[in-house]
Design a protein around this ligand. Structure first.
Ligand SMILES: [Zn+2]
Ligand SMILES: [Zn+2]
Length: 262
């Protein structure tokens, strides 16, 4: 059993319906949290997930909309005897350590112990008996990493490329992957209006193209901008201009069961 639980699907500006993008990868032996904005504890409780089941936090990069909830999460767990590993680029994990130090959240009175793991791109990290992950450097910011997960028994592969410009070089390395979760910040007309976005994010037209070229079997777009006006139907239509695989456009609290694709 493995599933995704989105606890946020929006860009850096949250809306009434969508908080900043963050999700959990839930398997029989662990819960891995990918990025840490907002009140994670409240969302986990809403989704009836025990916060103590989170053993790993993957930090994709250190922009505020991806990490500002970390001190609050550790503060909420300060009376729990638990160990959490934070994995990300060296820049990301050092920043997270400094962020916790600002709130004195690595002192002895905090029972929840945090280990920081600066990752080496391309190396495998086992985050539970059933799950490994590997990291890939991507553009967007100096701290940015995409993360791939491998579910050992099923041989299932998933890649998450969080905030990232169009970067087909990454997908060439993971041809025909089962699941791709990817930045899809806005439709192409918004990028045409604000061309500086091309260096930072991916539009829905470009995402459909690169996912189709890479043979992605199931595409899950996210990180939808809240500060510009467009509909999710517009996103879907643009992706479908090129992409013929399975497509799920998540909402906050969407659960997506993952199955190995044939
Ligand atoms: Zn972001
Ligand atoms: Zn960012």
């Amino acid at each position: 059993m493995i599933e995704l639980l989105f606890i946020g699907t929006g860009g850096s500006v949250a809306t009434e319906e969508r908080d900043n993008t963050s999700f959990l990868l839930l398997s029989q032996d662990t819960a891995a949290l990918i990025d840490c904005p907002g009140s994670v504890i409240q969302k986990l409780k809403k989704a009836q997930i025990d916060p103590r089941s989170v053993h790993s936090i993957i930090v994709t990069h250190i922009h505020p909309d991806h990490i500002y909830g970390l001190p609050s999460l550790i503060h909420s767990l300060m009376l729990e005897d638990c160990v959490i590993e934070i994995l990300g680029s060296e820049r990301s994990v050092n920043f997270c350590a400094e962020l916790l130090d600002l709130f004195n959240l690595r002192s002895e009175k905090v029972k929840c112990h945090v280990n920081f793991i600066p990752v080496v791109p391309g190396e495998d990290y086992r985050i539970s008996p059933s799950l490994t992950c590997a990291f890939y450097k991507i553009p967007h910011s100096p701290s940015s990493m995409a993360v791939g997960f491998h579910k050992i028994e099923e041989g299932l592969d998933l890649l998450y490329s969080g905030d990232t410009p169009r970067f087909p070089e990454l997908l060439q390395r993971v041809q025909n992957i089962d699941y791709l979760i990817h930045d899809c910040s806005a439709p192409s007309r918004i990028f045409e209006e604000y061309p500086s976005l091309y260096a930072m994010h991916t539009d829905s037209l470009a995402l459909g193209k690169i996912a189709q070229e890479a043979g992605v079997k199931h595409l899950v777009p996210c990180h939808f901008f809240g500060e510009v006006d467009f509909s999710i139907k517009e996103i879907e239509d643009e992706i479908r201009e090129n992409f013929r695989g399975e497509l799920t456009i998540p909402e906050d609290f969407s659960r997506i069961p993952l199955t190995k694709k044939t």
